[in-house]
Write a protein that binds this ligand. Structure first.
Ligand code: NAG
Length: 487
């Protein structure tokens, strides 16, 4: 009794240890399992996970030549389930993967090979037949019974030794909920949530004969001729795509529109620069996360999806935009407020970047197999658009209101300048000195040079808003006030 209590305590301790340090755990010899194998009627070796969400059975009869018989049973609470033969890690494994068919009333078997630690690719060369019992049962289990005829004892990149009592194998279970429903054995998949390593005894199945060659699995199946080596969560690489989305949406729907509003409405140049540079940092990190996520998935590894192409294009244009903005700003300061020709391209490019970036986000969610989140994105987009245009129109309305009672001549002379001047006039000293009293020749970012106060120089970016052209904001020019007044 004391010994068994001690054994139990040690067992519990080692389980706890294995939970925190899953890697160094060493497998017991799987032949130990044969000792308590009282129910080996089918002669198959069987592995069942502790949570019973996945089971795998295999026979390697001598009579099967280069073939194998196997069964895979996976609960439909998971997106997919898979077993890999030959290795304790993905690279080089032959993978049998199971998910629902498109109708959801049967299974799709997807044989795959893994070349690295990323989504395995469809292995079309595997020759197999589906056997009786394949389908979905009322308990919500998908079951595959198969006879593999060829390319399952060796495959490009790996092999199993059918006479080995201790063959290496892995398993994985997809995300909770939202099961994959696809008839295509090459369907795009999300990353695994749970993974594990087990060893399975093929030697003990070599002499099965007759009906026993075919494997089967049901609710009563238990682990026989197999041993779990380690199991755990499938890592946190799925967070890469989550943070890619968070960073990008924060940049394109938060920071960049805020930066645009600051320059359009207030002419707050320093804040505009600061916020757009912060946005760029978020975008750089977001691009890094996006690229590293792309390497995990077959559909993304060659960077041919519109989301990736448009996204990288926007990133390139953003780089140009930064250069443009800083060049414009520097020249403007150097020339004491003489307008530069870069103002209009800078503004147009800015709006283009935000629009295209948000469009790209809408393509990103289905690409990540998370189409349902597009409604959140749509809601955010509508909210941000409403706030941005609301602010623009509010500003316009304030200007119009302030204009009432102004001499009509000033409005006729320079509507865009005069409005701004009229707007700020009631607030004493708030850039009102920059209101032109004459009618200057209209030019890009014109600022009355006769009043070359230092105030004007830093307000260069606001001059964009005085440009002609379409858009709801072109007469929303901010008064050319000093950043000091704002900060
Ligand atoms: C499911 O598919 C298998 C293999 O194609 C087939 O044998 C079986 O009859 C199907 N089950 C149902 C319910 O359609």
């Amino acid at each position: 009794m004391r010994l068994s209590a001690l054994t139990r305590a040690f067992g519990a301790a080692s389980v706890a240890f294995a939970t925190f340090f899953p890697l160094p755990t060493v497998a017991q010899s799987s032949s130990n399992n044969d000792n308590n194998n009282n129910d080996n009627s089918h002669g198959q070796s069987t592995f069942v996970t502790k949570d019973n969400l996945l089971a795998f059975a295999i026979t390697a009869p001598d009579s099967a030549g280069r073939g194998l018989y196997f069964s895979l049973r996976v609960h439909t609470s998971r997106a997919w389930g898979a077993v890999g033969l030959g290795k304790e890690d993905m690279p080089g494994s032959l993978i049998f993967l199971l998910h629902l068919n498109a109708a959801g009333d049967n299974v799709t078997f997807s044989p795959r090979t893994a070349r690295g630690r990323y989504e395995p690719e469809h292995f079309a060369a595997l020759e197999y037949d589906l056997l009786d019992g394949t389908g979905v049962d009322e308990g919500g289990y998908m079951t595959l019974n198969a006879r593999c005829r060829d390319h399952c004892r060796s495959w490009p990149g790996g092999a199993v030794d059918a006479f080995d009592p201790d063959q290496k194998a892995i398993y994985a279970l997809g995300a909770l909920g939202a099961p994959v429903r696809d008839d295509d054995p090459d369907a795009p998949l999300g990353i695994h949530r749970d993974v594990g390593v087990f060893h399975i005894d093929l030697r003990r199945t070599n002499d099965v004969a007759g009906e026993e060659v075919a494997t089967r699995l049901d609710d009563d199946s238990v682990t026989r001729g197999a041993v779990l080596v380690r199991s755990g969560r499938g890592g946190n690489r799925h967070l890469q795509s989550t943070f890619h989305a968070i960073f990008m949406i924060f940049a394109f729907l938060g920071l960049l529109p805020a930066g645009i509003v600051l320059i359009h409405i207030g002419g707050w140049v320093r804040w505009h620069i600061f916020i757009q540079v912060v946005a760029f940092v978020f975008v750089v990190v977001g691009v890094g996360l996006g690229v590293s996520t792309s390497l995990l998935y077959q559909r993304a590894r060659n960077f041919r999806d519109p989301h990736q192409i448009i996204g990288l294009f926007v990133f390139g244009v953003f780089l140009i935009q930064l250069g443009l903005g800083f060049t414009h700003h520097t020249r403007f300061k150097k020339n004491a407020g003489v307008p530069t020709k870069l103002a209009l391209p800078h503004m147009i490019l800015g709006h283009f970047i935000v629009t295209l970036g948000i469009s790209s986000a809408f393509l990103g969610f289905p690409f990540a197999l998370k189409g349902q989140y597009m409604y959140v994105l749509l809601g955010l987009t509508i909210l941000v658009t409403t706030v941005v245009f609301g602010l623009m129109f509010f500003k316009k309305w304030l200007q119009r209101r302030a204009n009432r009672g102004q001499p009509t001549s000033s409005q006729q002379q320079q509507p865009w300048r005069a409005q701004a001047g009229a707007n700020v006039a009631p607030r004493a000293g708030w850039g009102s000195t920059e209101t032109p009293t004459h009618s200057p020749p209209r030019a890009f970012g014109y600022q009355p040079t006769g009043q070359s106060s230092p105030q004007i120089r830093l307000s260069d970016m606001s001059s964009q808003t005085s440009l002609g052209g379409g858009g709801p904001t072109n007469d929303d020019l901010g008064p050319a006030h000093t950043p000091k007044a704002m900060l």
